[in-house]
Design a protein around this ligand. Structure first.
Ligand SMILES: Nc1ncnc2c1ncn2[C@@H]1O[C@H](COP(=O)(O)OP(=O)(O)OP(=O)(O)O)[C@@H](O)[C@H]1O
Length: 358
């Protein structure tokens, strides 16, 4: 049973959105697509700010809109949190007052997230007496997220919450978003056009193009589907979940295990048995037909070629299966032909770089 059902058929003069989605009722779902593909329109339709005929929206068992049955919950009655690109805080109120204002909007009987919990999660206790004009962009955004959470929403809608921040501030705020994901049981719909953010945060991914869903599913599956643009170009990468097995203090390494074998990482402050989310870029993976024993590369994984697809001129993207885990390798067409790679070829993936996402 899916927990969020969203069907919208929206006709603007120059744009049509036609989506029918069944999404998981927990975790982070990213709406990803180029500018103008309809991501914000989809999010706005969920808020009920505009009423579009023929729509249906159900969130974890509650029907918020069903035009066939003439059900339409106005925005102020929808228990949702909305975080915009730029935090829209009341400038004349302190952070504390901003938080309280949001919370007063909803009946006390529905409060599930305490104000203290929201403040602690976003680490804004030291900012409570300040006014928003004395905050950095990242701090403002953390306050906006805490304000949304303090209303105990049944769903959190985030429209490119990091887009207005520089890369340093993005890095600062990312751990807080990850914490929301780990500690709260509120589904998040997250609009983004950054594949980095999607790889780090999203469990589930919806790809939109010209108002239509071109694919949706687990992020790790979609990121490695060669029929999708997402799995091409410089940022193409695979997501791997690996479990911490041992630490090697002498060499400053942490050994992890995943379905395809072992991966050695720079030493991590992680406990044995902890799961790490790892990103392996296609451009950091080279292939060989025999295991290289005289190489400086530590991580070499046996894999089977599943598919091949042209990438940039002279480059080929190779889909790999490492005993159930999908990987990508981007190699030159020349090497691909010299190695006679085809679906079914047995290869060794040499992994030069690994990014630990969390
Ligand atoms: N109220 C409206 N009336 C008419 N057209 C609209 C309206 N709102 C949005 N559109 C159009 O719908 C299309 C999709 O817009 P939308 O903002 O949903 O895209 P997006 O994927 O969120 O883009 P971006 O990444 O640039 O924010 C655009 O062509 C936009 O001009």
């Amino acid at each position: 049973m899916s927990d969020i059902r969203a069907r919208f058929n929206i006709n603007y003069s120059a744009f049509k959105l036609d989506v029918d989605l069944s999404l998981p009722g927990r975790g982070v779902t990213a709406l990803f697509g180029p500018s103008g593909s309809g991501k914000t329109t989809c999010l706005r339709a969920m808020t009920g700010l505009e009423r579009f005929a023929g729509s249906y929206l159900e969130v974890n068992g509650e029907v918020w809109q069903d035009d066939e049955r003439d059900i339409f919950l106005p925005t102020y009655k929808r228990p949702l949190g909305y975080v915009f690109q730029e935090a829209s805080l009341f400038q004349h109120l302190s952070v504390q007052r901003n938080l309280e204002y949001g919370r007063r909007r909803v009946p006390a009987s529905t409060h599930q997230v305490s104000l203290e919990h929201a403040v602690a999660l976003l680490d804004i206790g030291h900012l409570l007496q300040r006014n928003p004009d004395k905050l950095s962009g990242g701090e403002r955004q953390r306050v906006a997220i805490a304000r949304a959470l303090a209303t105990s929403p049944r769903i959190l809608l985030m429209d490119e919450p990091l887009a207005a921040l520089d890369s340093k501030r993005k890095e600062e705020i990312m751990p807080y978003l990850e914490r929301l994901h780990d500690e709260l049981d509120i589904p998040v719909i997250y609009v983004s056009h950054s594949s980095d953010e999607v790889a780090r945060l999203a469990d589930h991914l919806v790809l939109l193009e010209s108002g239509k869903v071109i694919a949706h599913g687990a992020t790790s599956d979609l990121m490695t589907r060669l029929d999708l643009n997402f799995a091409h170009g410089d940022t193409a990468s695979a997501l791997v979940v690996a479990t911490v097995a041992t630490h090697d203090a002498a060499f400053h390494l942490t050994s992890t295990e995943f379905s395809g074998g072992q991966l050695l990482l720079p030493q991590q402050a992680a406990t044995i048995g902890q799961q790490l989310r790892i990103r392996i870029q296609a451009r950091d993976v080279s292939l060989s037909l025999t295991p290289q024993r005289d190489s400086s590369i530590l991580n070499i994984v046996a894999a089977t070629v599943t598919e091949l697809s042209d990438d940039a001129p002279g480059q080929v993207m190779i889909g790999l299966d490492a005993n159930g885990t999908r990987l990508l390798a981007r190699i030159t067409r020349k090497s691909c032909e010299a190695m006679r790679l085809a679906p079914g070829s047995q290869v060794f993936a040499q992994i030069k770089g690994i990014a630990i996402l969390k």
